[in-house]
Every structure is written in structure tokens, then in C-alpha cells.
Design a protein around this ligand. Structure first.
Ligand SMILES: C[S@@+](CC[C@H](N)C(=O)[O-])C[C@H]1O[C@@H](n2cnc3c(N)ncnc32)[C@H](O)[C@@H]1O
Length: 219
């Protein structure tokens, strides 16, 4: 049976639903900083690059946005899930963190050309199909200021347990109960480099878990 574009669109809706439902079950923001060795290096570099306005893509309940804001950057965090954004807003208020949290789909970013000096993201791209990732990177290029910076942590995913079926571009659509509807795609180094063709790649490192840590600058 061949898959139609309508089927694929429905799967994307299923993925959005998966995230929204997953966040609805969370009652407290994830306040503990993940053990990601790059995060201190991240703020150091943002300072070095004289960044002022930062966008955190797929911010979840806000840990990275709030962490960065503590270093004096003007931060906006966006996530499609309203429950996640509500958790993030409450946390920011309690913690006196000045972050602009917005609920929205990354494929429909509500920002004007050149709005940010830097865009950061942790474990996000893996939840988009390849055709969507291309659209996303065009948009990111557009909303970054001239010579703006991009930092992404791109995980190696899709090799663990779970039931799924695979789209022609190798995106997995999970069918097991825990992750029903979630989309996951493993991006190769080459694909990441191609997605960043509008940028100069400043560094491209791999950690012990196979995550790619990439700094790039808009050409
Ligand atoms: C693996 S979590 C990572 C969250 C956070 N960046 C972190 O490091 O903990 C993926 C996040 O992406 C969000 N997300 C998935 N698809 C999205 C989309 N199309 N637009 C905006 N956010 C999305 C989910 O709601 C979820 O919070």
C-alpha cells in the first residue's frame, strides 16, 4: 500500500499530539540541568560572539532558555506544547528569569527576518522528516541576523527498542504504546552539513553518545 501526502500529514499531526499529551502528564518542569558538558561552553561562546538575542527551539519546560537567560541574554523559548510552555512560564516567574516563552510549531515560526543573534537547540531536529528539516533550516536562516550564530546538539537516535514503521526518507513513526505517534529520524553527519549549507560551519564535534555538537554562522 502506498503512502499518500495526506497520510504523511496525518502522521505529523499524530507526532504533535504525542508531544502535547506527553507534556500534559508532566506536573513539574525538568529543573535539574541535564549532564550535558557543552552547556557552560555554550554561554561562554555566546558571550564571546557578543550575542544579545537568543532563540531556544523546542524549549520544553524551559531548562536551556532559563539557564541561558541567567547569563544576561535576551531569550525566547518556543515549543509546540502549551502545557510545556505553561510549566516553563511558571518556573521562570518563580526563579525571576526573564524569558519570553511562546507556544508554537517550529515549522510556522512567528518571527521576522533577522530577529535573533543566535539560535540554539537541543534534541529537536530528530523529530522532523527530512523535507521538513530543509524548510526549518531555511526559516532559521531567515530569522537570524546577518552573521548570526547557530548551535545545535543533534542526537544519534532510532537504534533502540520500539515498534515503528518507516517512511521512505527513513523517518520512524512509533506505534508502541509508550511513544505512539512520535516521529524520530536519525540525521547523518552529511545531511546535517547539507542542511547547514547557508552557514559556515565553525565546529562539528561528536560526544561519547554519538551526538553531534555543531556551531555555525550564517553566511
Ligand atoms: C526531546 S524533547 C527536547 C526538549 C528540550 N529541548 C530539552 O533539551 O530537554 C523535544 C521537544 O520538542 C518539542 N517539539 C517537537 N516537535 C515540535 C514542533 N514541530 N514545534 C515545536 N516544538 C516541537 C516537544 O514538545 C519537546 O518539548
Amino acid at each position: 500500500m502506498s503512502i499518500t501526502q495526506q497520510d504523511i500529514d496525518k502522521m505529523y499531526e499524530g507526532n504533535l499530539k504525542f508531544w502535547d499529551e506527553a507534556w500534559k502528564r508532566v506536573t513539574k518542569p525538568h529543573k535539574e540541568l541535564p549532564k550535558l558538558p557543552y552547556i557552560h561552553e555554550l554561554t561562554r561562546k555566546l558571550k564571546k560572539y557578543q550575542v544579545k538575542k537568543v532563540l531556544d527551539l523546542g524549549c520544553g519546560s524551559g531548562w536551556l532558555s532559563i539557564f541561558i537567560s541567567k547569563y544576561g541574554f535576551n531569550v525566547t523559548g518556543i515549543d509546540l506544547s502549551s502545557p510545556a510552555i505553561e510549566l516553563a512560564k511558571t518556573w521562570a516567574q518563580e526563579d525571576n528569569a526573564n524569558v519570553n516563552f511562546i507556544a508554537g510549531d517550529l515549522l510556522n515560526l512567528p518571527f521576522e527576518k533577522g530577529s535573533f543573534d543566535a539560535i540554539v537547540c537541543n534534541s529537536i531536529l530528530e523529530h522532523f522528516r527530512l523535507d521538513q528539516a530543509k524548510i526549518l533550516f531555511d526559516k532559521l536562516h531567515n530569522i537570524l541576523a546577518d552573521k548570526g550564530f547557530f548551535f545545535g546538539c543533534f542526537d544519534a537516535v532510532g537504534t533502540g527498542k520500539g515498534d515503528y514503521f518507516e517512511l521512505p526518507d527513513s523517518t520512524h513513526i512509533y506505534t508502541d504504546l509508550m511513544r505512539q505517534g512520535m516521529m524520530l529520524r536519525n540525521y547523518s553527519d552529511q545531511e546535517l552539513r547539507e542542511l547547514l549549507s547557508g552557514f559556515d560551519i565553525l565546529s562539528f564535534d561528536k560526544n561519547n553518545y554519538g551526538s553531534r555538537l555543531v556551531w555555525a554562522r550564517k553566511k
